[in-house]
Every structure is written in C-alpha cells, then in structure tokens.
Design a protein around this ligand. Structure first.
Ligand code: GLC
Length: 421
C-alpha cells in the first residue's frame, strides 16, 4: 500500500504546484520558489500620467511579470489610509509594490507591513545621499528611493523685474514684496499648502526648521517643538493670513489648487514642489515664460525645505517578491529615472542626472533643486508618524485661522505630541 501513499503524496505535490501556478500565473520554470509572477503597483493617483506608458514598456518585456497600476486618491493622507487598510492583518493584501511617501517608511516597517530588502540589488550608491536615509528603518533597507522632492519658492519674474527687485532671500523681503508689490499688480501675495493634511505639516515644518527649530528629536522620542524658533515659524504664516498677504483661500489649498492659483496669474509667490514650476512654465499656462524659482527664504537668508518624495516598498504579503524587486530595480535604473523627470516632471533620485547639461537646459531649476534636496531636512521619523502629522496639521491650522495664538498653538502641540510619543 505504500506506493499508493507515495502516489497520493505525488499527486498532492502536483496539485499544489498546479494551483500555485494557476493562482500566480507564473511560468512553470519560474514557479514556486523563484517568486516571479504578476504584480500590482499601488500609488497616489496624482502626477501618474507618465507611469502608464513606462509600465507598458516593462509589461512588453516581461509578459509573465505584468504589473497592474492601482491608482489611489491624490491626497497623501487618503492614500496612506487605503494602503494601511490593505496591508493590515485582515487586509486584502492586494498591493504588491507600494509607492510610499518618504515619511511612511518607519511606520510601515515597524508594523511589519513591508519587508526588508537586500541592499545589493539596488543602485543605492548612485542616489543623492539624503534620500537613502528615508528608506531605512532600524538600520535596514525597507524601500528603495524612487522620487525625491524639495520645496521651492516660485515667483513672478516679470513682476519683480518691473519693480527692479531680486527674488526674496529672507522672510522680511518676502513679506514686504507680498504686501506692497503684489496688490499693485492685482495679485495676491504668497501661498503654500495650508489645508489641514500632509501638505500643511510640510509647510509648517519648513517654517519651523527655517527659523532654526525642530518638532521631535532623538528619532521621534523627544518633543522639541516648544521653542522660540517654532513660535517664530508658525507666527510667520499666521501673520501672513492675518495681514492679508497670504490670501484666505490658501487655507484650503493642496498642491494642485495652489498651483492653479499661481498658474492662472493670481499669485506673486508660491511655495510648491518643482513639478509646479514645470506646469506653470508650460505653453498653456497664463504665466509661461514669467516664472522663476529660488530656494525657500528663511528669517535671515535661505530657509530649509522638507525632504519630500516617495520610495518603492514590497508588501509583506507580496505574491511575487522576486518580481517586485526586479520591477523596483527597473524603476530606479538610469533610463526610467530620466523619464521620471522628462515625462513626469518629478525629481529623480539619481545624482548624476542633476549634472546633465541637456537636462539642466530643459529644467533650469535642477541646480537649485539639487542644493535644496541636499540641504533638506526630513520630517520627524516616527513609527506613529501619522498621528504626529495629524496633530501638527490640526494645531497649525488653528493658528493660521486665528483660533489660537502661535504661542498657545506651539504649547498645545508640544502637549499633544508628548501624549503620542
Ligand atoms: C509631495 C511630496 C511628499 C509629501 C506630499 C505632501 O507629494 O513628495 O513627500 O508628503 O507632497 O502633500
């Protein structure tokens, strides 16, 4: 009878292989063990127009490892929430590769939602140095940098030239020009992203950092926000709204709305990511040819940008981890990185592209952007980053709408952050 058992076992093994094969769609020679097969790539839905054709290139060359793009909402917060729901225990684990915001790496890694990756499979040495740090947690690589970002100050070249002034380098200059020059030209003064969402956390952190302050210290373990610098930083934005050189409408702006205001010719100054420069300079923009970009100003000279961007991570339950790593290597390779810039208007993570003369000619802000990225400061690294950010957004928004003074807001934020960490 033993042969029947043996045959039964053989049948079982065959069945497992066959069902595994059918479920994954993998080729037999790449089946169980090699981790190859089709994938999904989940990403925030904004600025993804260029990705479809890029992934088509991959799909044509890798018919057995086809990737399906899953586009989530535009706003960083909503995308994070949908990813978290999918990745949690009891989630549906539909997402294999995830394009995660740089500041989610710690939270996703600490929760074991994404898996550590072998450093030697990716060209980490060719990336701009600060971006690699955003992909590590607890000394391990949990994602691969894909896009970087730094805030820039866009300004109306034509208007400042007519007034004979150079672009502002300090907050005092920015305030003065926003208050006096903008109205003369029928413009609002200054805007950033001031709706309560991740963008407001970014703008608030930039103001606080530029004034020399910080939010959390020691990898998120110490609350450092209760400082004169933080009061000055939040005070700068609150004063703008109170005095009217920041229009009230900006309290509801995310990236896109603020970009539209600038692009439709309604704003003198805009803090935004570099994609807004490309869009405002395009032929269909009302301000094409009239846009300049400089580093964000600070109290006494150039300020500090927050490091933005996104990293590619592999879900803990990814169906085909080997294919996931191969796709990530493709997306972070030289050719695709070039297209991330030329077709997506997003800042690549590969350092050499910032020194390419042809690219600098087409994207004149590249040298400024490189400097801004190299000098940019990360958002607080915390496994509870989502709660940290929610507290910053809520409190700073109250300061901007005048519901709380900057002093009271900073004290309250310190209390709320202490309760989280
Ligand atoms: C951009 C940045 C990202 C940031 C987000 C805020 O997408 O790249 O890091 O969190 O804007 O809205």
């Amino acid at each position: 009878m033993r042969w029947i058992h043996a045959a039964g076992r053989g049948l079982l093994v065959l069945l497992v292989i066959l069902t595994g094969y059918a479920a994954s769609g993998a080729r037999a020679d790449e089946g169980a063990g090699s981790g190859r097969g089709p994938l999904t790539l989940a990403t925030a839905g904004d600025l993804t127009g260029y990705l479809g054709p890029l992934l088509e290139g991959w799909n044509r060359a890798h018919p057995d490892e086809r990737v399906t793009l899953v586009e989530l909402p535009d706003s960083a917060d909503e995308t994070r929430a949908q990813m978290a729901t999918d990745l949690r225990d009891g989630g549906r684990h539909r997402f294999d590769v995830l394009n995660i915001d740089v500041n989610w790496t710690s939270e996703f890694a600490a929760a074991d939602w994404i898996r550590p990756l072998p450093r030697d499979r990716f060209p980490l040495g060719s990336f701009l140095p600060p971006v690699v740090d955003t992909a590590t947690y607890d000394g391990r690589l949990y994602a691969v940098p894909y896009v970087t970002n730094a805030g820039l100050l866009l300004y109306r070249k034509d208007v400042l030239a007519a007034e004979g002034v150079p672009p502002p380098r300090t907050w005092a200059e920015l305030e003065r020009y926003a208050e006096t020059i903008a109205p003369k030209h029928g413009l609002d003064g200054y805007a950033g992203q001031f709706l309560p969402y991740e963008g407001l956390t970014v703008n608030a952190a930039e103001s606080v950092y530029s004034a020399g302050g910080s939010i959390l210290g020691d990898e998120g373990e110490r609350v450092t926000v209760d400082s004169a610098a933080a009061r000055e930083g939040i005070g700068f934005l609150a004063r703008g709204v109170r005095e009217g050189w920041i229009p009230k409408a900006a309290l509801a702006y995310k990236e896109e709305e603020s970009k539209q205001a600038f692009q439709n010719g309604r704003l003198l100054f805009l803090r935004n990511w570099p994609y807004a420069y490309v869009s405002a300079s395009a032929p269909d923009s009302a301000v094409a040819g009239k846009v300049g970009a400089v580093p964000l100003p600070g109290p006494d000279g150039p300020g500090t940008s927050v490091l933005g961007g996104s990293n590619l991570a592999v879900g803990a339950h990814a169906r085909h981890p080997d294919s996931a790593a191969r796709l990530i290597a493709y997306l972070t390779g030289e050719r695709v990185q070039r297209q991330v810039l030329t077709r997506g208007a997003l800042p690549p993570v590969r350092a050499d592209l910032y020194e390419d003369p042809a690219l600098i000619e087409a994207f004149p802000y590249l040298p400024t952007l490189r400097e801004s990225v190299l000098a940019a400061a990360p958002r607080p690294k915390s496994p509870r980053y989502d709660q940290v950010s929610l507290a910053v957004q809520a409190v700073v928004h109250d300061a901007l709408t005048g519901r709380q003074t900057p002093e009271a807001a900073v004290r309250r934020l310190a209390r709320e952050l202490a309760a989280i960490s």
